[in-house]
Design a protein around this ligand. Structure first.
Ligand code: TTP
Ligand code: MG
Length: 403
């Protein structure tokens, strides 16, 4: 095993750390009177008439069937006595930064993948921190001591299995997959645990007779490709415990967005424009908290009949300014034909993001930076990007999934 984390081709020690019910846990931390009660973070439920979605909820609320991305009205029906609270993004970002700081004490190779989760490559750190299980417990303890929050950790020889593992014993969980035991570890798990096997893909896997990852492991690689196309190849590799993606430092958010679903569909342009302003303001505040600026402004509209469209505009320079974002979105809005229909949802997204220290240059072609990559590798990247696009950045996932 190499002494340098991430170097060499021996077995790796990869950790995936994911905070438990993150936004809801922060609310419980800051408001001790909420503890032990169901806490639901998201849109205003308006006595069951609210039309936004749940961002997340604590485990007490999950007992009632409440879940992320569920319509808030449904959460209200499932758990009317719950404590419903709005987001406080700045506070979550503050704690997120502190958590990532803790992780960096344990490895120079930390890849943040969303506001509350990260991969660490701790290969070769046994002498410093002891065996992986001890290391994982230390990390969990340090996070708890530093922030008052609990994390779940998965340890495995690769990122995919580490991520699956961190989710297995939530909350405050720990699961370890030893090197050489990858397929054994995965075999009993349902196919839904394959990365990218949600909804329709999972249903297709079931209809083909694959219920567990073990079933996929036993299948012929070529048969999977015939049955499912290129994702079949990807699933075969996952089921066989193969995932050589490195832990990459410097995770960057690629986009950030915010949207509002109206209680009743709105026709009045002045109401829409006012809403657009408050969205721009809140979005710009989050961007400043996260220290990102964006060059592309995107307006999103959903009409009464659910027809949804987006319009983009790229600015001369990146911004995190409320009025610049608002004015661009407003111009896009005024130039959009709403076909006399009422608006159900309005939102703004910012892309082409610049992070602290970035030079203000045009985006590089990602593939051009890695000329030696094979076609297959490219396909894999495209597939992964697609998956990421589908899942989105965690803070907007709920809104994107709204029915
Ligand atoms: P997750 O890690 O997916 O969820 P969680 O931390 O709330 O719960 P757990 O990991 O214990 O299952 O997402 C992290 C945060 O991202 C979550 O607290 C709120 C936000 N989020 C949304 O805003 N919308 C969503 O649809 C999801 C899934 C998360
Ligand atoms: Mg989490």
């Amino acid at each position: 095993m190499s002494a340098v984390p991430g170097a060499g081709s021996g077995p790796r020690v990869i950790l995936h750390v994911d905070m438990d019910a993150f936004y809801a846990s922060v609310e419980e931390l800051d408001f001790p009177e909420y503890r032990g009660k169901p806490v639901i973070v998201g849109a205003d439920p308006k006595q069951g008439r609210g039309r936004g979605v749940v961002s997340t909820c604590n485990y007490a609320a999950r007992k009632f069937g409440v879940r992320s991305a569920m319509p808030i009205s449904r959460a209200w029906r499932l758990c009317p006595h719950g404590i419903f609270v709005a987001h406080r993004f700045e506070r979550y970002v503050e704690l997120s930064k502190r958590i990532m700081g803790v992780l960096r004490e344990y490895s120079p190779l930390v890849e943040q993948v969303s506001i509350d989760e990260a991969f660490l490559d701790c290969t070769g750190e046994e002498r410093l921190f002891g065996p992986p299980e001890q290391l994982a417990r230390r990390i969990k303890n340090t996070i708890r001591e530093t922030t008052g929050l609990t994390a779940s950790v998965g340890v495995a020889p690769n990122k995919y299995i580490a991520k699956v593992a961190s989710d297995l014993n939530k909350p405050d969980g720990l699961a370890i997959c030893e090197t050489g035991r990858e397929t054994e570890f995965l075999a009993p798990l349902p196919v839904e645990r394959l990365w990218g096997a949600g909804g329709k893909t999972a249903a297709r896997l079931h209809s083909l007779g694959y219920q567990t990852i073990g079933d996929v492991h036993k299948a012929e690689r070529a048969a999977l490709v015939r049955q499912l196309g290129s994702i079949g190849d990807f699933f075969w590799e996952l089921a066989n415990g193969i995932d050589d993606r490195p832990v990459q430092t410097g995770w960057r958010r690629k986009s950030i967005s915010e949207e509002t679903t109206f209680e009743t569909d709105v026709k009045d342009a002045s109401v829409l424009e006012k809403t657009l302003f408050s969205i721009a303001d809140s979005l710009a505040r989050r961007m400043r908290a996260e220290e990102v600026r964006g060059r592309t402004v995107q307006l999103k509209l959903r009409l009464q009949d659910f027809e949804t469209f987006t319009r983009n505009r790229t600015l001369e320079s990146a911004t995190d300014d409320t009025f610049t974002i608002y004015n661009s979105a407003l111009e896009l809005f005024r130039n959009t034909d709403r076909k006399q229909k009422r608006v159900r949802l309005i939102g703004i997204g910012m892309a082409n993001l610049l992070h602290p220290g970035d030079a203000e240059v045009a985006q590089l072609d990602l593939f051009a930076q890695r000329p030696a990559e094979t076609e297959k590798r490219k396909q894999r990247e495209i597939l992964l990007d697609d998956l990421k696009k589908r899942f989105g950045d965690s803070v907007t996932r709920g809104s994107l999934l709204e029915p």
